[in-house]
Write a protein that binds this ligand. Structure first.
Ligand SMILES: [Zn+2]
Length: 255
């Protein structure tokens, strides 16, 4: 704790008195990241997480450190030890500027909210959500903004188990504009090697397709975006896939 921090008597958590963006307490991913670079150390729990990453803190981190902090955030979430976020303070700390460490492309499924399952806070990550976590031109553009313009260092493509979009693609569902979206998942269905019943109701098959689809989306982004591909080649960003398991809350990183 720095000298500007004080113990609050209203709850059993600690609050910090902010000094601009410099505070002792960091928001979700920020706290792990800040800890990784030695700017803060917290030994108290529960903790009120009040600040967002500064540019200096974010820029000093490697993609691997950011991925590690996301893994730790998911461990906190699934073990019931998620941080106690002070979202209003995070909002205040990030209002004048944002320095997110990562951009996440994930499914719209209501059961897979990226910030919550990774225990991150306001200002920590860019988030793009689309059924079946596929890519298109607009999403590639959004990710290019996040990395090349705004400085994010990790692209996380996250699928999940029991995905309705994946099941729909397997079963050739036709529904308005959804039909075209599901067509983007079909290559993953065709590429998935599986001996059993290849139907959407077979969750084991659907989950295997979802894993292939994550990798296909990463490959698709590399093909669509010379910017992302070259940043990855130069080691400025890492592109990584993950599967979120609805049953146990684990985000399984695939590489
Ligand atoms: Zn889904």
């Amino acid at each position: 704790m720095d000298r500007d921090s004080r113990r609050c008597t209203c709850t059993d958590s600690l609050h910090s008195v902010e000094k601009g963006r410099r505070t002792a307490l960091k928001s979700g991913i920020g706290i792990a990241l800040a800890g990784a670079v030695g700017t803060v150390g917290l030994s108290v729990s529960p903790v009120s997480l009040a600040a967002a990453l500064t540019r200096k803190e974010r820029d000093s981190l490697t993609p691997d450190q950011i991925i590690e902090s996301m893994k730790k955030g998911n461990e906190r979430f699934r073990s019931g030890n998620a941080h106690q976020h002070d979202y209003l303070a995070q909002k205040r700390a990030s209002a004048a500027g944002q320095f997110p460490a990562a951009v996440i492309l994930s499914c719209i499924d209501s059961r897979a909210p990226a910030e919550l399952i990774l225990d991150s806070g306001i200002g920590d990550t860019f988030n793009a959500r689309i059924a079946g976590n596929v890519a298109n031109e607009d999403l590639a553009g959004s990710l290019e903004f996040a990395c090349a313009a705004a400085g994010a260092k990790v692209v996380l493509v996250m699928g999940h188990t029991d995905c309705g979009a994946i099941k729909g693609a397997i079963d050739n569902v036709q529904l308005g504009n959804l039909t075209g979206l599901l067509a983007k998942i079909k290559p993953a269905v065709d590429a998935t090697q599986y001996e059993g019943k290849r139907t959407g109701s077979n969750i084991e098959f659907a989950d295997k397709v979802a894993r292939v689809n994550v990798q296909n989306t990463i490959d698709d982004l590399r093909k669509r975006s010379d910017i992302l591909a070259s940043m990855e080649k130069d080691g400025k960003i890492k592109m990584v896939g993950a599967m979120y398991h609805l049953s146990n809350g684990k985000v399984e990183f695939l590489s």
